[in-house]
Each structure stands twice: as C-alpha cells, then as structure tokens.
Design a protein around this ligand. Structure first.
Ligand SMILES: C[S@@+](CC[C@H](N)C(=O)[O-])C[C@H]1O[C@@H](n2cnc3c(N)ncnc32)[C@H](O)[C@@H]1O
Length: 281
C-alpha cells in the first residue's frame, strides 16, 4: 500500500509560506472592512501539496499554503486545491474536512484550472481570486499566467525557478541545451523570446573579433520576466520579486506577485520588506 511521505522543506519555503499567509490574511481583512465591498473572494492553490510539510530545520510539521489559507480570520467564499498526487489530495481532504467550501481536484493543474476553476472567478460575476502557482521547478504553462492576467480578477503568486533554469537551460554555452529543456522553458515563458533576454553580446568578442554572447545575471533575467508579466500578461502591478535563498545564499527561485490592484501591491511590498532579512537559521 502506498503511504504519503510529506515533503521536507527548506527554510526558504517556510519564509514563502509566511509571506503568502500574511498576504491572504491582510488582503481579505482590508477587503472585508470596506463599506462598499461588492466582491467575493476565492483562493486557488494549483500545486497544493498535502496540507502540511516537515521542516528540515526543526523536524516539525509546518502547515502548507492551503491550510494557512483555510485558517485566516476572514474566510474566502471558496477554496480550490489541485494536486496531481492522490495521496496528497487525501491528506488535503483530511486537513480540510471541517470546511464546507473546499473543492479538491486530483489531476494535472492545466486543464483543471482552465476548465473548472477560473470560470468560477470571473470579473463580470464580481469575483476576485488569489491563485498560488507553486510548482517544484520549471513545470508551469505560460497560458495559465496569461489567462490570469487577461481575466483581470485573478492575482497570482508565482515561483520563478531560477536555479532550475540556470542548471538546465541558461547554460554558459547556449548551444549546449537539450531540446527537452528548451521545450520546458518555452512552455514556461510562452515563446522563445527568453533566448534574447538570457544572453547579451559580450563587449570583448572572441579572439577572431567575432560576436560572442554571455549569460545575463539572475537579476537581469528576472527583470525581463517581470516586464513580461506586465506587458504580455497584462498585470498592472508587479512589484520586485522576492529572492528566496538557500543556506548557501544562492537564489533558488524568485517569488513574484502580480495583480491588478494597487492595494494588493501595497500590501505585498510591506510583507516582502518584513521578510526580506530572514536568513537560513
Ligand atoms: C512545492 S509543492 C506545493 C506546496 C504547497 N503549495 C505549499 O506551499 O504548501 C508542489 C506540488 O505540486 C504537485 N504537482 C506536481 N505536478 C503537478 C501537476 N502537473 N498538477 C498539479 N499538481 C502537481 C506536487 O505533487 C506537489 O505536491
């Protein structure tokens, strides 16, 4: 019989969980306090996990993002949790038993989110949604990000997995990348334009005076993606993402937040600032 093995998470994931927890609590409280509140709020976790994890630091259980969202003071109208792993969905079911407004889906996020979840978060129905896009690595599809931007009612948290990208796609020698890795990156970025942002002309050229290319910095690459979230996906506000670092101080991923709401931007900027100085303990 298969048994559920909880994910062991690094300190940076604990920081991420705290950021999202703080945001959903603050945002729903501000919105519930508005006199003319006309909107209903939905929470979506497209890579929901089992509902809890084990901290590598302490060995103790840590609530996952879906459980944190269930426990906020001003609850959402609906919660939609998707995971491809049936044991994790069973874990989520156990963790959310007390709540009636939880929709669980066992399968691939792509089809489920487009067919079953986003239609419940339509702008014209006065719905608003917070959607957490939290894959392990480069496993997301740009069409989901773009759809969220187009809907105008959905704001997203998004992991930009720079370590996976550096290891597998943005190699120093740009000719040495597997086709499979190129398609993963194309799927995430939405087209092949990442190539033009990922490398810049070297000032020196090579010894024969020919043009040579060198890899851009992490910051330059994440800025190009940030611009894309605004200009191609159509999010009005995309603050500087938060670099999530491991114990060697290397950036594992950038945590982006993208929204149409000036209030959302203001809240997340304060929260990013609050958590920015936390280092691996
Ligand atoms: C980083 S974990 C999510 C952690 C969770 N959001 C939290 O912070 O508590 C990523 C999850 O994505 C799930 N997953 C991987 N591929 C998936 C897919 N194609 N569709 C849906 N879920 C997927 C994995 O089973 C895993 O539980």
């Amino acid at each position: 019989m298969k048994t559920l093995k909880y994910d062991e998470i690094g300190y940076w994931s604990e920081v991420k969980l705290d950021i999202i927890k703080d945001y959903v609590a603050a945002y729903t409280t501000v919105m519930a306090g508005q006199k003319k509140a006309r909107f209903q709020y939905i929470y979506i976790d497209a890579f929901a996990g089992a509902g809890q994890h084990v901290s590598k630091r302490t060995g103790e259980f840590v609530p996952g993002s879906p459980v944190n969202a269930l426990n906020i003071p001003q609850p959402f109208l609906e919660y939609h949790f998707i995971d491809i792993n049936d044991l994790k969905v069973a874990g989520l079911e156990a963790a959310s038993r007390e709540h009636k407004n939880v929709f669980l889906y066992n399968g691939d996020f792509n089809k489920i989110i487009l067919d079953d979840v986003f239609p419940r978060a339509r702008y014209e129905d006065y719905k608003r949604a917070i959607c957490n896009l939290d894959p392990y690595g480069l496993h997301l599809d740009w069409s989901i990000i773009k759809k969220a931007g187009e809907m105008k009612s959905v704001e997203i948290f998004l992991n930009f997995p720079i370590m996976d990208i550096n290891m597998n796609v943005l190699k120093h020698d740009k000719e040495k990348v597997d086709d499979e890795q190129v398609s993963r990156m194309n799927r995430f970025w939405g087209d092949e334009s990442w190539r033009q942002f990922g490398y810049a002309e070297s000032l020196q050229g090579n010894m024969f005076g020919e043009t040579e290319y060198e890899k851009v910095t992490n910051e330059q690459f994440e800025q190009a993606f940030r611009k894309r979230l605004k200009e191609v996906a159509g999010f009005n506000f995309v603050p500087e993402p938060m670099p999530m670092r491991n114990s060697n101080n290397a950036v594992v991923y950038y945590l982006y937040f993208a929204t149409q709401s000036v209030t959302g931007e203001k809240i997340i900027k304060d929260i990013f600032k609050k958590h920015a100085q936390r280092q691996d303990a």
